[in-house]
Ligand binder design. Structure first.
Ligand code: FMN
Length: 357
């Protein structure tokens, strides 16, 4: 049996088990999503921060660019703890940055209204083929609803137990997110520290414990990563960082440049930007805010509080104050078309596995 003929490609009706991670915050342009899907993988819209009406528009644009399977990624909401003194402390710490950038302090709502339900309705109404979740597990009934409407469901796990919880909820495929992964941790059932398992350790242990197909995520940038993942028992990969630097990615130019020039030891896990641990390239903002990390509000409150600083820092070309999410393999990143990223992974695996396999 050929390496690409497996449960993942069957379930997702795609040619190759290469999933481009949904990356919220403008990285996943319709051009990127469509390029990956048209190359035989599965492109994903990162809709975590996207208003439902904008999501509907983006889905339409993607559908105009590809007939192939694509997905939408959303965040499972969790009501944050709102402590006024934490917010006041964060405001105080952020003041010097806001002052230098001529920004007025942001208003944060006490309970942020969740856009999750509307996002899911948009996914169902627009007949999106795949929906992936992170930061938690979708409700069993929601999974049933998605299935009834022909939507395949992908869950995220950072431990074996989280994978089992996803399986019990009825998802179709599980992404095992190793600690190498760029961006936010999907951890939801243990402390973030306990959820820091490397991809090589996590994948086979998840594979042994669940009967669903598993995607490996974290540090996978090329054919070697996909081939190794298959050897570990995964049936595909989810790649993020490798697509951030692609020509079709909507990442800010400073973000792309930072990844393209970073070394393997230059990323760190931080929650100072958003209130939730995420892996990105270490910079001045992270270093200076680190001593106060435990005093800051939860996600998404801190995310709201730093939003304008991050945006304005990009405008003024100050990457040292931007969130530069990246996995631990930035040396393997290249500036090239997303279709070439996918094509080179496929060709490389064909060579490693042999065409007859
Ligand atoms: C810039 C960036 C943004 C990300 N945003 C999301 C997101 O919105 N939702 C999600 O499920 N995962 C997100 N991730 C994590 C990916 O799903 C995936 O776990 C990770 O990219 C895999 O590791 P890699 O970056 O080394 O390929 C993001 C990753 C990056 C690099």
């Amino acid at each position: 049996m050929r390496w690409n003929n497996n449960q993942v490609t069957k379930l997702l009706s795609c040619d190759y088990p290469i999933i481009q991670a949904g990356m919220a915050g403008g990285v996943t342009t319709p051009e990127l999503v469509a390029a990956v899907s048209n190359s035989g993988g599965v492109g994903t819209i990162g809709a975590g921060y996207l208003a439902p009406d904008k999501l509907v528009k983006m889905i339409k644009t993607v559908k105009n660019k590809t007939q192939k399977t694509f997905g939408v990624n959303v965040f499972i909401p969790k009501l944050p703890h709102y402590y006024p003194d934490q917010v006041a402390r964060s405001r105080q710490l952020l003041q010097p940055y806001e002052q230098e950038l001529n920004l007025t302090p942001r208003q944060v709502m006490k309970s942020s209204e969740s856009i999750f339900e509307e996002q899911v309705n948009a996914i169902i109404k627009s007949q999106v083929p795949v929906c992936s979740f992170t930061f938690g597990v979708p409700d069993k009934r929601l999974v049933e609803e998605l299935h009834k409407n022909g939507v395949k469901v992908i869950g995220t796990a950072t431990t074996v137990e989280e994978a089992v919880i996803n399986e019990e909820a009825g998802v179709d495929i599980i992404t095992a997110q190793g600690s190498e992964a760029g961006g936010h941790r999907g951890t939801f059932n243990v402390s973030f520290d306990q959820g820091m398992i490397g991809t090589m350790s996590l994948v086979p242990q998840v594979v042994d414990e669940v009967s669903l197909p598993v995607l490996a995520a974290g540090g996978i940038m090329d054919a070697r990563g996909l081939a190794a993942s298959l050897m570990l028992g995964a049936e595909g990969v989810q790649m993020g960082t490798a697509f951030v630097t692609s020509l079709e990615s909507g990442a800010k130019k400073q973000h792309k440049e930072a990844i393209l020039h970073a070394k393997e030891n230059e990323t760190t896990i931080t929650s100072v930007f958003s209130g939730k641990p995420a892996r990105g390239i270490d910079n001045e903002f992270i270093k200076k805010m680190k001593p106060y990390q435990k005093e800051l509000p939860d996600y998404p409150i801190q995310n709201e509080l730093t939003k304008e600083i991050r945006k304005e820092a990009a405008q003024r070309n100050k990457p040292e104050w931007m969130s530069l999410w990246s996995g631990q393999s930035p040396r393997l990143s290249r500036s090239k078309h997303a279709s070439d990223v996918v094509r080179e992974v496929i060709d490389g695996v064909e060579k490693l596995y042999g065409r007859s396999n």
